[in-house]
Design a protein around this ligand. Structure first.
Ligand SMILES: [Zn+2]
Length: 242
């Protein structure tokens, strides 16, 4: 299904992209009136597997405790029904309604010369793609794996899911990695909401879903460009968190 919700601001430079710690402090403040205290909340994070993304885990853990891992390539939630079953079973249950905080983010690098889509990594002499999965998708846009079983000994299920969900966000070819990253971020949000609705946990817990784009700038704290902030309450009702 094509989705018209796309085309946000580019990830950087942008006045809306703030240091990751500042972004999370703002999430704390926005959720405070809704009872998302550390005691009542399990935090779950859907980010890409890239090592550059992983600082977010520690920063979220500092504020809400250890996190449940939802994500696969490109930040898509790939844990499936069994994984979600474990996650939901870990939400605090000593309060009337437990809270689940979901943070879903794609990511993009800004390389040594300011070019989007790459970073100079630890111990390497040349910049490499960030996000590697989205750059690979861009490079192979329009191509599709042949149908049928894969006998290569190494399937590529996450990359294929990423391709399918991002393609559903775009009516035209992406103009570049920034365009594709924005589309992927909306795909993360759409897919996250769809998976939560399939789980139908609304009789027991409240869920806050924050989505955005991690921006890696070599040598400084990651930036985070917030895209979505939604509270799902009883019955799955949606409240935009301003
Ligand atoms: Zn990545």
């Amino acid at each position: 299904m094509r989705n018209a919700r796309r085309r946000g601001a580019p990830p950087s430079p942008s006045p809306a992209a703030v240091p990751q710690s500042q972004y999370l402090d703002e999430v704390v403040a926005r959720l405070e009136p809704w009872g998302f205290t550390a005691d009542a909340t399990l935090a779950a994070v859907s980010i890409c597997r890239d090592e550059l993304t992983q600082h977010l885990i520690a920063a979220v853990t500092q504020r809400w405790g250890p996190t449940f891992a939802l994500g696969g390539l490109g930040g898509m939630p790939t844990l499936g029904r069994t994984g979600w079953g474990a996650c939901l079973a870990h939400v605090p249950d000593t309060v009337e309604r437990g809270r689940l905080l979901v943070i879903g983010a794609t990511h993009i690098g800004i390389g040594p010369h300011g070019s989007p889509g790459q970073n100079l990594r630890h111990g390497q002499g040349d910049a490499t793609p960030t996000c590697g999965a989205l750059c690979a998708l861009l490079a192979s846009w329009g191509e599709h794996p042949t149908a049928g079983p894969d006998h290569s000994g190494l399937t590529d299920d996450e990359a294929q899911l990423l391709r399918r969900l991002v393609e559903a966000e775009l009516d035209t070819d992406p103009r570049g990695i920034v365009d594709l990253t924005v589309a992927a971020t909306h795909a993360v949000e759409v897919e996250m909401m769809a998976q939560l609705d399939a789980l139908d946990p609304w009789d027991r817990i409240d869920v806050a879903v924050f989505t955005g784009i991690q921006v890696h700038l070599d040598g400084v704290e990651d930036r985070l460009l917030g895209v979505g902030a939604t509270l799902r309450g009883a019955g799955g009702t949606r409240t935009t968190l301003g």
